[in-house]
Structures are given as C-alpha cells and as structure tokens.
Ligand binder design. Sequence first.
Ligand code: SF4
Length: 416
Amino acid sequence: MPKPVPLSILDLREQRYSCHGCGDCCRDFSVQLRDEDLDRLGRQRWEERLGERIVVEFRGQRYLRQRPDGACVFLQEDGLCRIHAEFGFDEKPVACRLFPFNLAPDARGTTAGLNFACSSVRANRGGGLPAHRDDLVRALRQVPEAATVAPPRLDRRRRATASEVDAIAESLDAWLRRSGIPLRVRLDGFAWLCQSLGAANFEKVRDARVRELADLLVSALPQELDHLPVDPPGRGQRRMLRQASFARIEDPRFTGDESTPSLRARLSQWRRSRRFARGRGAVPPLARGWRTPATFAAIEAVPSVAGDPPIADLVLRWLRATLLGGRAWGSGYYGWPIADGMQALALDVACLGWLARAHAAGEGKAAVDLASVEEALGRIDRARGRAVWLGSAGERLRLRYFAADDGLRRLVLANW
Ligand code: SF4
C-alpha cells in the first residue's frame, strides 16, 4: 500500500470557508476528469442509463459534458448533484470533491490551497479551514502522483530547496501583510518584488542567501518605490494586458455538440483575442453572465480601482492564499518555476484591475466597487492553474515581454 502523503491545509487564519450550496461550481465551471474518475463513472454506467455522452475531450484533456447553459450534465433541477444523490459524495469526480480546494503536491507533501472562484471563499463565510481535513485526506488518496512530484524550480534550470520556496513565499507574504500601507502601494511593491526576484541570478544566490535577498528587497519597501517611479504603460503594454485579460475570462463550453470542437474553439478564441488586442470600438462579449460594456473607451473611462478596506481585504487575502496555498508556481501552477509563477501572479493583479473596471463599465457604474472586484476575481481565479492556454509557452513569452521595462509595475499602477 502506498505511503500516505502528508497534507497541510492553507495556513491563513484570516480565511474561512464552508459550502453554502449555491451550486455555482456545478454551473459554469468545467470539470476536468482523471483516469480514476473515468473508471468510476464507467462503473456507474451513466451513458447507458442516460442515453447521452457525459465526457467531452478538449485539447487532449477530458471534461464532464455541460448543457448549453453551462450547467454540468449531472446537475439536477433541485440544484443537487445526481452522482452525489445516487452514489454518495465519495463517488463524485475528484475535482468536485475538492473544490474550492486545490492540491499542490511537492517533494515534502501536499498543500491544499483555496480557489477564489467560490463565492463563499471570496465572502470569507464559514468555518475554519482545518474542518475540511477528513474530506481532503480522502480525496488525496485518489491522487497517487502526489507522492512523486518534484519540488518546484527556482528558475528554468535549478530546482528549489524547501527552505528556498518558504523564504520566497514568506517574504512576499510579509510585504503583503505589512499594515498601514495603502493597497495601491502594496500591489506596486508586490509587482516590483515579483519583477526583481524573477530577474535574480539564482546560480549565485542559493540556500540561505535566497532568504537574505528576499528579505533585503522587502526591507527596502516602500521607500524604494519612490526612487523608482514608472511611466504609464505604453500602447503595446496596454494592448497585451487586454489580451491577457481576455485569456483569463475565455470560457469554452464543453457541450460535446461541436462538429470540430478543437479547431472551431481555437479559431473563435483567436478572433476574439485580436479584437481585445485592437481595443477599439465595440467590446466582444466578456464573461458569461456579465453585461458587456458598449465600447473599450467606456472601460477606459472607469477610473483605476480605489483600495477601500473591503476591496483591500479581499485582494490581499487572495494574494496571500495563492502564495501560501501552493498555487503560485510548481504543481499548483502548470509546473512553472517560481520566477515565472511570481510574474504570472503580478500579471493577474493587473488583469484583475482591468476586468473589475470592465465589469463596472458594463454595469454602468462610474467607479469600481467591491461587487465588480469580486466578479473579476471569481473569473481570474477560475482560470488560474486550470485554463490550459495560460500554461503555454506563448504565455511565458508574453510574461517576458511584460517583465521587461517595468511592464508589470506600470500595468498594476494603471489599474489600481
Ligand atoms: S458532477 Fe456533480 S458535483 Fe460535479 S459539477 Fe457535476 S453536478 Fe456538480
């Protein structure tokens, strides 16, 4: 029998969660299936009993089929799951049993982080996270590869040690929770840290020196930011930000009815991405359930997000949960090195601001409020680590472009 994999649950006292049965995760949320899930669904004989396909393939991955309105094929009219109703909780696909937790295994064990696509997580409603340990341990038994995952890499060539991973996560976290600093300054400092650590030469800086470097950078904040002012983003940077934002709300629907699903989906994605890049005239539909602003100019007319306390609480909780919950790099983020994963997270911050402004524009609001930030964050985190195109080589190239010329700082400051 394989040795049990040690599990640690996101250690963030400020964060709470219990399921409030909204059913949102069964509507509008694609469920990727593992081999074990397919075996289990096969034993439950759904295709014979329902007389319809329940699994769809997309870009080499298998997903539960969705109805045209985005609901899972197993979601009943009473809002409950049919698999759960007939066979019990432990017979559902692993992703359903885990949500909104994500498992991020590395050489030390597995960390359970939290996904802010869940409205109860965003609203911080429910009990303490350790209450979910038993369910998580049972689900982890269905993830045998968790026992064999290597530690994340520091950069493209070097594996990180456990203490190096902790040093970087803890230093970034220390900056985010430093009190008395406005949200905008904290996000700017965060982008600067991600850019600076992302550019570090880890060939020369290893072991205890990684912590020294990270602590040194954090200790220079926020004064360092005053010495390093940045210009507003250039046209090319703003263009790429709109494309990156589009990539985070792109919403394939797995109905299984497409005649050539892969080709059609790719072409349509490419066309809409081009319209976001152009950034003129009418806006293509944004996320499902969002009102689309009339024009890109209407989005630009909404001021950057003001960090009043409820917005600051939400955004900082999300960033800290992402870093401490193993969702920023390694197995929690497409297997990416820490240097790249940090920059992707800073880009998410900039996209979050832009999408919150887009949501507010669609609602006809003159300024971004908490509801718009919640909506945008739900979409951003829904894609984080799950949307296959965000883990592609092209996305890494895009990040390299942003990281040059202070792009990440400039885009964060333009939207917050
Ligand atoms: S299988 Fe059940 S729990 Fe999973 S998404 Fe479908 S309805 Fe929801």
